[in-house]
Design a protein around this ligand. Structure first.
Ligand SMILES: [Zn+2]
Length: 432
């Protein structure tokens, strides 16, 4: 009886071992397959995105520094107080600055087109470290915060800057940003370049290795020939897979400039295709399995994956109709552009400065920053375009371009274009 019992346990244990071995074998092969899949999809993702990622990381690190500078050009109807109000300073800081300005006789009258420059330390309670007010084209006053006491010390400065037009060109080897930095182009010119092309170029998919660009922009140098400031882009060309996208700066009305292609068509569109610099389109408009809810649902917007904190722009001029919590959409902003179009931006980590219900925004203005609030699996922007009350696919949107120069305007533009082309050949000759 005893022998029999031992035997049956032995038989049984063989069965258990066999069973366990089979389970382990299946488990291991599953884990191996899965990790292999994950690996290959990761490699694919990073290949898709290698030029862009570098651009983006460096762009954002340059956009969110501790210190930043803000320029302001006074308009009709401005007061010193209204200008300071737009900076959102605390009461005490505002009061000190107004008193400082009041002490300067040459600043008694505020004129139109006076240039203001404010330098901020964003980690400090009293944020302004230094500010500058232009009294006329050649003179300015700099106010520097005193470290040991309240208030600012002023210094009159005669500006002795020379404006120089610079021409740069290069083949894009690693990323647009790196190529531009290697040429000595300042980050704010690169950001402006990306913004101008943002109407027509998807920086994720359209830029390839061996594409190239050319650019002419203004640089201001001091007596020691150091670059102290950059001005505007005069001309740019982005050569993508052998086709040219040119843009020319042109003053189409006194005091109003814009960028036009070689046919006199404004490059500006009512709405931008991608309201974020260089992000990766991670989920398109259409039916898809919802990453959190798990079931198939219509995705009524476009998702752009981007690092936390990447600035999000208003894709067109308009009025903010919502800046708050949208449930699944987390922190969201809704903008009404005209009677036809509205846009929605969801999952933001925070809102842009001064963005609230009722405020007016300009195309390209920062309205918020990428986050992962609401129903979201990771940092991305969910972007929706609403046309006559119906959500539509923003990436298929064919928007009419802005201005098209005609008649006399076109003739004047042609003259200005020829001048820029001549300037370009001169600058190229100097290079060689
Ligand atoms: Zn989405």
């Amino acid at each position: 009886m005893n022998k029999l019992k031992i035997r049956s346990i032995k038989d049984f244990s063989i069965f258990v071992w066999l069973f366990l071995a089979t389970v382990f074998a299946i488990l291991f092969s599953q884990i191996y397959l899965q990790s292999k899949n994950e690996q290959s999809s990761q490699i694919k993702d990073s290949l898709d995105n290698i030029y862009l990622k570098k651009t983006l990381e460096e762009l954002t690190s340059n956009l969110e520094p501790r210190y930043n500078t803000k320029n302001y050009l006074s308009k009709a109807g401005d007061t010193y107080e209204s200008i300071l109000n737009s900076l959102e300073l605390n009461k005490n800081e505002k009061k000190i600055i107004l008193e400082t300005i009041a002490k300067e006789k040459s600043l008694n009258v505020l004129r139109v087109n006076q240039k203001f420059t404010f330098k901020f330390d964003n980690l400090s309670n009293e944020r302004i470290m230094q500010f500058k007010i232009e009294t006329d084209r050649k003179n300015e006053i700099v106010f520097i915060k005193q470290t040991n006491q309240e208030g600012f010390k002023s210094k009159k400065i005669k500006k002795n800057y020379t404006k120089k037009l610079v021409y740069k060109e290069t083949v894009i080897e690693t990323s647009l940003y790196n190529s531009a930095i290697n040429l000595g182009i300042k980050p704010n010119i690169i950001i402006e370049f990306a913004r101008l092309y943002g109407f027509q170029v998807d920086f994720q998919r359209d830029i390839w290795k061996e594409d190239s660009f050319q650019i002419i922009y203004e640089e201001f140098r001091n007596k020691n020939n150091d670059v102290v400031d950059t001005g505007e882009i005069i001309f740019a060309n982005l050569n993508l897979q052998s086709s040219d996208l040119q843009l020319y700066k042109y003053e189409y009305e006194k005091g109003k400039t814009d960028y036009f292609d070689e046919n006199g068509k404004s490059i500006r569109k009512t709405l931008m295709k991608t309201p974020i610099n260089g992000a990766r389109l991670s989920s398109s408009y259409g039916k898809r399995k919802h990453p959190i809810l798990g079931y198939t649902k219509m995705h009524t917007g476009t998702d752009f994956a981007a690092p936390m904190g990447t600035p999000i722009m208003a894709s067109g001029d308009g009025k903010v109709t919502k800046a708050g919590w949208c449930g699944g959409g987390g922190n969201c902003v809704k903008i009404k552009h005209n009677s036809t179009y509205q846009t929605v931006y969801a999952h933001m980590s925070k809102f842009g400065r001064g963005i609230k219900k009722g405020s007016r925004v300009k195309q390209g203005q920062i309205i918020g920053y990428v986050g992962s609030t609401g129903l979201s699996t990771g940092p991305h922007l969910h972007y929706e375009v609403i046309e006559n009350g119906k959500k539509i696919n923003s990436q298929k949107l064919k928007l009419p371009s802005g201005k098209i120069l005609k008649g006399d305007d076109r003739k004047k533009f042609e003259v200005s274009k020829i001048k820029i082309d001549v300037l370009k050949s001169n600058l190229i000759t100097k290079l060689n």
